[in-house]
Design a protein around this ligand. Sequence first.
Ligand SMILES: [Fe+2]
Length: 489
Amino acid sequence: MAEGNNTIQQSNGDFLAIRHLLENSPDIIYRYRVVPPRGFEYLNPAITAITGHTPEEHYKNPDLGLSLVLPLGLNLSDELIQKNPENEPVIIHFVCQNGEVIWTEHCSIPVTDEHGNVIAVEGIARNISNRKSNVESLSKSENGLIPFLFSTSEEFSKSTDIKQLARIIGTGLKELSHADQCVIINYPEGLDPYALWLSGFEEEDIPEIIQYIQVSLLNNHANKLSLYLIPEKDRRAFSSVAIRNKNSHTVVIAPFVYEKHLLAVGFCSHHQPYFIKEHEKAAIEAFCYQSAIVLENNRLGSELEEAYLESILALAKAIDARDTYTSDHSQQLVLWAEMVARKLGCNEKDIEAICWAALLHDIGKIGIPDEILHKPSHLTQEEWNTMKQHPEIGANIVGNIKKLKTAIPLIRHHHEHFDGTGYPSGLQGEQIPLGARILSVVDAYGAMIDRRVYRPPRKPEDAVYELQRKSGIQFDPKVVNAFLSFQSA
Ligand SMILES: [Fe+2]
């Protein structure tokens, strides 16, 4: 007898435990009778939390559930049982009491009588609206991100200048992070960081932003994308006008890292608090990685170009030593060419090109044999034809260096004559680039006053006389006058 009581108590305990589980489940748990009298035999309180309708409403009105299904008229029994012999989860839209439409996922099994006829459905329904919404927004963001990354790739491919790249990166980052202000800070190895591109910030804000980034990155050893909410006390502490007065509430710090090397950092700020969503974070991270590869390629390209330039400069020195008695012949030409260019009102970019061309104008002589270059007597026609190739050879040598692009035509045409009798193209008058006309004058003067193997140096006054004599024939009179104004001064 005592054993029987224990069994009853045990059963009651199990029942209470199961009922407790059913009543407190966040998912809807139900048993619905599909044969008359139709209706819910059990429905837990989760239905109220999820749809707003109570179990009692459903008990009173067995068709209430059917009237809330979308599309209207959908036969739930068919969807869950007849069309679903494998009892796979089924997704159904429901309209809540407040009008909101939710996604629910149903896992159900049929309940049969002793003849195998379905008399009821038992199941669990879960609200999966958030999951659906996240998947949809992720899909939307991916759909938007791919064209975005594609279009920025196109822009990247057209740009080689670091400032242009920074503009593309900054504009993209600002757009992706919905920022009001953005700056791209470059972190060159072994040098101090500096702003490459900024929008909404001022140059005077940069030191404080760099300091903020340093502190943030120190706290974030992994160099990962970070979003910081700036506390009010920190905002007040900022001396920067941009951050203090424009009420930056949140900042996104986006490091551009390639193989653990920090190349640059994007710093974006928002005038209103900004809460980054997962899919936005993923998009920014993808963009940062793409940008880091572009920055690294640019850095490697610059390094290679610098190395090439250094070897060319070494070559130019060797040419000077080989061709002239004055080892700084080209350096002297640079000074004279710059003075003349300034006198003639050239802009800084042109002056830079003229200086490079002055330094490297005869680099093509590396391709001329010593027996021609150092021949003490007059050259034969064939030897002279070989000698005349040096401007073209020089232009080809420097042709691979972006920095020297504007100097190439000056190197190529530094032996053209004002009357069109020069080489290699026989250009005349102003067809000859001004920089090349300047080089022609200063190079001729330098050569005349320099000792050569086949003759002693000429006196400066003789060289001046020669320039004047050939002004308008070999030389541009305007350039000769500008140069001689310094000689007589
Ligand atoms: Fe030359």
